[in-house]
Design a protein around this ligand. Sequence first.
Ligand code: SF4
Ligand SMILES: [Zn+2]
Length: 365
Amino acid sequence: MAVTTAPHLSQPLLRSIREAASTERARAMKDLDPYSYVSSWTEEETHNGSDCSALVMILATKGCSWALRSGCSMCGYTNDSASGATDESIWVQYGKAVSALSEQRIVKIYTSGSFLDTFEISHGLRLRILSDLYPRVDEIVVETRHEYITRQNLESISAFRDKLVLAVGLESSNDAVLNYSVNKPSNYAHFLKTTKLASDIGFRIKSYLMLKPPFMSEGDAVNDAVRTATEISQHTYSISVNPTNIQKDTVVELMWRKGNFRPPWLWSVVEVLKRTHSLDKRVLSKPTGAGTVRGAHNCGRCDTAVMKGIADYSRHRRLETLESLDCGCRRVWEAEMRLSSLSQPFFAVDYRKRIAERGVGVAGI
Ligand code: SF4
Ligand SMILES: [Zn+2]
């Protein structure tokens, strides 16, 4: 399917979605201690095909620049920011979190925003953190919006590129989904341009895509995720499928409370992984909040087994792990998928009409 380009988007509709996101976010604004990191844990990972562990740390910065203006429809990360954060306080947070580093070969540094946005992490602090970590681990993962992947930014950290993975939240390769559904002011063409620049310099790109942002049927969501993974597979080192979960004080939470949104089925995650298995890139999923009403879930009886299957597949890519999964609720999911296929696909409808019909959007929220 052709990618929808930004000029076709409805500006009044976008404005209304952005205002709604901003209102929900304002409710969220918690101001954390600038000297305490948000959280840290060790998780299972793979590196060059072998099992290992990764230290994950979430640092409290001043917050994602986009979240402070409006924010993506599903993202509650503003709950994790500290308006008083400075280079010095973030360095203290990092020092506390990295003290847990022992046998982990990978460190993932998340800021609930963009590591390459100097509003959050200055050039100097960025170099200080990377210089400290580089000799101690095999891989460092940082997250950033592709808007901050510039030649200047990349060149300033190119000395670390052989160990550095830039994790980028593309979400979808369809600009209409990005703008109306995710409420992210990005476009696919820019993702392609900047990730090519980064790859040419020698950085690895990990792409996040969103499974079932709002206003999409289950079937549309699965198709969009599969298409996005297929389209980006030549431009990325690995792909992480992130099912939408209900985070506090977001547009998605507002819709969920009104009965207008259900997080995706775990069967949908399984389906995306199966349909992208033949791609020559690693496609994985670590669903946040899975098995709960706020995360991707099935009937409740099979959730634990299906989550385990998804986790095993994400590490070892054995298709039979997914194919052996079953439960009576799969028939309900299959029926929902068939129903989705009878309605017009998300990309073909007039968004203003669909959103108005569903009671959310311009006037409904
Ligand atoms: S998903 Fe990323 S870009 Fe969107 S509001 Fe959250 S932190 Fe910002
Ligand atoms: Zn079930």
